[in-house]
Design a protein around this ligand. Structure first.
Ligand code: NAD
Ligand code: LMR
Length: 346
């Protein structure tokens, strides 16, 4: 009985991504040299994300950059006895050194929402921040994979694409909007409702990253559960409003940071695995896409040595999801156009 219980605890630890992170952090397997830069690394997402990247054995150099505060973050995490060497960079004059040689640049730089705001309300400040950081990326590490976290993702990714096009460095395979938190939420909420162990749950989330543009495909969830239409509608709404749920709970002190750091670390890890040639690495991400009429769209993406290897089709949708897809298109289109216009005007 006791042995069976121990076996089951070990099995559930093996399946849990969190313990997987920790176990891998101290593994002695050898991996290629990879540099990851986190821009906005002194912030609410940036600090725990930098910590999680320090725990990732696929990283050999970790650069943490912010307008201020990064020497402290770097000194702190550099004492952790894992593979990567950590360096901190603060202020625009040091941005170049943070970026040079980077294989992956993760961008959580920018202001978060307060209650009552939409992600689009962040556009005026964050668009300029993203623009200046992407201008530097085009100059100092044009071949890096860019993981865009800064909101509104539906617009900041098109802004980045335009900035890279102007610089002549754009490669659609290397630019990603990070929508992994939507997937993390959909998996958690679905497991709760379906009463199944969360570790084995898979739910694709497509569209974009704001309100109704977030479209979880529960009809494709595994394991399948016998949920009613009302339950699916409620799960969809909760996934779409997940960010707002946290913003309201934090009551003016920002938006999701810890769960976002976790999601950002999962996505960066998938990019690193792809770069290293691990086969069949698939995550949802908001990328340049032709699977709908919209030029950017989140869906399952196969990651490889050059970034995006394949943007996967949507697969079969339920009638409810088909309607959700039609409903999201005008808002997503407008957000994309807003980003493109900003990048070309300024
Ligand atoms: P925060 O205010 O705690 O941290 C942001 C950090 O960015 C700060 O340390 C700030 O100094 C830094 N920064 C500002 N301008 C910069 C610049 N030009 N260069 C480098 N760093 C700069 O905010 P947060 O909670 O970490 O959120 C950051 C962003 O991530 C927000 O836009 C938020 O909406 C977004 N976000 C996205 C997702 C997602 O799923 N994609 C989830 C959560 C939050
Ligand atoms: C989230 O989904 O948590 C983020 O986009 C932050 C926000 O403003 O909701």
């Amino acid at each position: 009985m006791k042995a069976a219980m121990l076996r089951s605890i070990r099995a559930s630890c093996r399946a849990s991504s969190t313990s997987h992170f920790l176990r891998r952090a101290f593994s002695s397997e050898s991996h290629p040299e990879r540099k990851v830069a986190v821009l906005g690394a002194a912030g609410g997402i940036g600090q725990p994300l930098a910590l999680l990247m320090k725990l990732n054995p696929l990283v050999s150099r970790l650069a943490v950059y912010d307008i201020a505060g990064t020497p402290g973050v770097a000194a702190d995490i550099s004492h952790i006895n894992t593979r990567s060497e950590v360096s901190g960079y603060a202020g625009e004059e040091q941005l170049r050194h943070a970026l040079e040689g980077a294989d992956i640049v993760i961008i959580p730089a920018g202001v978060p929402r307060k209650p009552g705001m939409t992600r689009d309300d962040l556009f005026n400040i964050n668009a300029g921040i993203v623009k200046s950081l992407c201008t530097a990326i085009a100059k100092y590490c044009p071949n890096a994979l860019v993981n865009m976290i800064s909101n509104p993702v539906n617009s900041t990714v098109p802004i980045a694409a335009e900035i890279f096009k102007k610089a002549g460095t754009y490669d659609e395979k290397r630019l990603f909007g990070v929508t992994t938190l939507d997937v993390v939420r959909a998996r958690t909420f679905y497991a709760g409702k379906a009463n199944v162990p969360v570790e084995g749950v898979i739910v694709p989330v497509v569209g974009g990253h704001a309100g109704i543009t977030i479209l979880p495909l529960f009809s494709q969830a595994t394991p399948q559960a016998n949920l009613s239409d009302e339950q699916i509608i409620a799960l969809t709404k909760r996934t779409q409003d997940g960010g707002t749920e946290v913003v309201e709970a934090k009551a003016g002190k920002g938006s999701a940071t810890l769960s976002m750091a976790y999601a950002g670390a999962i996505f960066a890890d998938a990019c690193l695995k792809g770069l290293n040639g691990v086969p069949d690495v698939v995550e949802c991400s908001y990328v340049q896409s032709s699977i709908t009429e919209l030029p950017f769209f989140a869906s399952k993406v196969r990651l490889g040595k050059n970034g995006v290897e394949e943007v996967l089709e949507l697969g079969n949708l339920s009638d409810f999801e088909k309607q959700g897809l039609e409903n999201l298109k005008p808002e997503l289109k407008a957000s994309i156009e807003k980003g493109i216009k900003f990048a070309n005007q300024s």
